[in-house]
Design a protein around this ligand. Structure first.
Ligand code: FE
Length: 289
């Protein structure tokens, strides 16, 4: 059962800087998805590197999954809204992600893994977010954690917002994951029409909203799903205030920028070209296992 908490007070809300409609593409062995965050926004939304939304009732659009592929230098966070996906990696870890579950993987110096659907029919939907690692941790040991949906901390505010706290903290409650350098906030928010949410966000953090159902009002902007809204980063704002115009669901994602160079080559994100060459070479020589 969800804990009830008094609403945060936000004295001055961030506003909407830009609305992103995403780009339809496919990845893995042919999984259809919409990419909202990619290279041109990586500096603006530092420390976040990528956000993909997938969602289809047609198995042809997801059944091929993501066979073995490498990662180095960042973290991947997979949030399953609906469906079942099996994760396997080169360290021998295996985990089943079902509806509502989250997998937080820190690739560090390298992993090779697969992410494969465990269903032949029905809907598969969710998000994958990439969070950068600070330069000092890019070559650290990889780890991952599977979080069952029912174990995620949840609360309901007295303004009627239902929150799942995947990372960071909200209304005095700690989320499932804490990352001390990038301090990510990752909330899944359910708002019935007419309900509101005031969420504190530190002024220096970059923040965005991923609205995946319904319609909201934010600082006199109306946003309709599906879309991403980049929030202004401004020193005089202490959070964000949202009102639901329809029954809505959204992610609030924020983090402290690293302000370090970003060099990406596919599934490797490092700080210099030399480190990218090294990653490719290590992969080819089988050193990412
Ligand atoms: Fe992957």
């Amino acid at each position: 059962m969800s804990t009830s908490r008094p609403s945060d007070t936000v004295l001055r809300s961030r506003t909407v800087e830009q609305v992103i409609n995403g780009r339809a593409t496919s990845d893995g062995a042919g999984v259809s998805l919409t990419r909202y965050l990619e290279a041109p926004l990586q500096r603006r939304l530092d420390p976040f590197l990528m956000l993909d939304a997938f969602g289809s009732d047609d198995p042809k659009q997801y059944i091929a999954g993501f066979p073995n592929h490498p990662h180095r230098g960042f973290e991947t966070i997979t949030y399953m809204l609906e469906g079942r996906m099996l994760h396997n990696d080169s360290a021998g870890n295996e985990g089943l992600l079902a509806s509502g579950d989250v997998q937080w993987m820190s690739a560090g110096r390298g992993v090779i893994h697969s992410e494969m659907p465990q269903q032949v029919a029905g809907r598969m939907a969710g998000f994958q977010l990439w969070l950068n690692l600070p330069a000092a941790e890019k070559m650290s040991e990889p780890w991952y954690q599977d979080l069952k949906g029912e174990d995620l901390p949840t609360l309901t505010t007295d303004s009627g917002a239902e929150l799942k706290i995947i990372a960071g903290h909200s209304h005095g409650m700690l989320g499932a994951i804490q990352r001390p350098i990038t301090q990510p906030l990752y909330l899944d928010v359910t708002l019935a029409a007419g309900c509101s949410l005031a969420q504190k966000i530190p002024a220096a953090h970059n923040a965005f909203i991923q609205l995946y159902q319904g319609s909201i009002s934010l600082a006199q902007h109306t946003i309709t799903a599906p879309s991403m809204a980049i929030l202004t980063t401004q020193s005089d704002a202490d959070g964000v205030y949202i009102e639901a115009l329809q029954d809505s669901r959204l992610l609030i994602i924020a983090g402290l920028p690293l302000n370090e160079p970003i060099e990406q080559y596919g599934p490797f994100v490092m700080n210099t070209k030399q480190e990218i060459y090294q990653a490719v070479q290590d992969f080819r020589q089988g050193k990412l296992t």
